[in-house]
Design a protein around this ligand. Structure first.
Ligand code: SAM
Ligand code: SF4
Length: 350
């Protein structure tokens, strides 16, 4: 359980976090664990070495940090991983953070999950104030699912997706578009999403971390997928932006909201409103750059009282956000090229 009296948002007004390019930080993604019960081919190698537990932030530390971000203007928090629902005590953390939804200090608390444990947790997530979840689903074919996730089972995930919806959660399915693997299934996934009232977002593979294969073989440009879809469907651009790399269309024939996350073929950095915290409390100001700030050290340095603890975290956030870069420089073009950044997606979260 989280200790009673977890950090609350102090009533003192604190200046919002704004980076040197005038972008206000209103969205934070927090990875609550680097561990996962799957080994997706684009995300992890089969034999991963996970972090020693002592290096991973405790639930209290995550709560204090999230509360500091909220005090400085964060309006949306997404918990991710690794697989967030395999973290012991995750529901306690979500329930604790839910207090910021009740006070109106936070607009949205959400999470990205592989769905394997969703059937078990969906009602508690809803009760804590979560209203939307992203669930990753790359295929509807059980054999293909087993091949892509290495350790996953499709029926368990489909059960999780249905349980989320039944609990009242709006589900967005995330599909990583993989050349020669699921490109023939995009329409089937669109139809599945539409038939079940879910949204769907397609993601381009990003060069994060060493994996067992070569990413050039996996890379499927979504510009091509979109061109192909536009021959068969009416795609109407939707104006809404999340400050991230997603662009949305409505597929008129299906009544489906379809997103495209194209970090490689589209530059989205000008409107970037987000930062990411790893499971070890490293703050990454940009998903595609290696520069980081060690917030764990600040969280673990003993403070004499709550006010000086808040002041220390605030100072660390100010210093870090002042270093947020203008943009990323991802490229997947050279066969055998090293990943743009060495860490895996499971460390920073999606
Ligand atoms: N385990 C959860 C899941 O799979 O949804 C949350 C963490 S996962 C790292 C978040 C998202 O990142 C997933 O949708 C996953 O498909 C995506 N992802 C992982 N590695 C990726 C990569 N190299 N390129 C693009 N997307 C990736
Ligand atoms: Fe686990 Fe998500 Fe990475 Fe797949 S994409 S290995 S489910 S963290």
């Amino acid at each position: 359980m989280l200790a009673a009296g977890s950090a609350s948002v102090s009533t003192a007004t604190a200046p919002p976090l704004v980076d040197p390019f005038g972008r206000a930080i209103s969205y934070v993604r927090i990875s609550v664990t680097d561990r996962c019960d799957f080994r997706c081919v684009y995300c992890m190698s089969e034999h991963m070495t996970f972090l020693p537990r002592a290096e991973v932030l405790s639930l209290e530390e995550i709560d204090r940090l999230a509360s500091a971000f909220i005090r400085r203007g964060t309006r949306r928090i997404r918990l991710t991983g690794g697989e967030p629902l395999v973290r012991r005590g995750i529901i306690d953390l979500v329930t604790s953070l839910g207090r910021h939804l009740k006070t109106g200090a936070l607009d949205e608390l959400t999470l990205t999950s592989n769905g394997s444990q969703m059937a078990r947790h969906a009602p508690a997530l809803f009760a804590a104030g979560v209203r939307r979840v992203n669930i990753s689903l790359d295929t509807l074919d059980p054999d293909r699912f087993a091949r892509i996730t290495r350790w996953g089972r499709l029926p368990q995930v489909l059960e999780g997706v249905a349980a989320a919806r039944d609990a009242g959660l709006k589900v967005k399915l995330n599909t990583v578009a993989l050349a020669g693997e699921n490109e023939d299934e995009i329409e089937a996934l669109m139809q599945f999403a539409a038939a079940n009232g879910h949204d769907l977002t397609l993601i381009e593979t990003m060069p994060l971390g060493e994996i067992d294969g070569d990413r050039v073989d996996q890379y499927l440009p979504l510009s091509k997928v979109r061109r192909d879809l536009a021959r068969r469907y009416t795609l109407t651009d939707l104006p809404h932006r999340t400050g991230g790399p997603a662009r949305y269309v409505r597929v008129e024939e299906l009544g489906l909201q379809l997103g495209f996350i194209t970090p490689l073929t589209h530059n989205f950095c000008e409107s970037c409103n987000r930062v990411r915290v790893t499971a070890t409390g490293q703050l990454f100001m940009c998903l595609g750059q290696d520069d980081q700030a060690d917030l764990k050290a600040v969280l673990r340095r003993a403070a004499s009282d709550a006010a000086s603890d808040e002041a220390a975290i605030d100072a660390a956030l100010d210093e870090a956000i002042a270093r947020k870069p203008r943009g990323h420089d991802f490229v997947i073009e050279r066969r055998g090229a090293r990943p743009a950044v060495q860490r895996h997606m499971s460390l920073t979260g999606g």
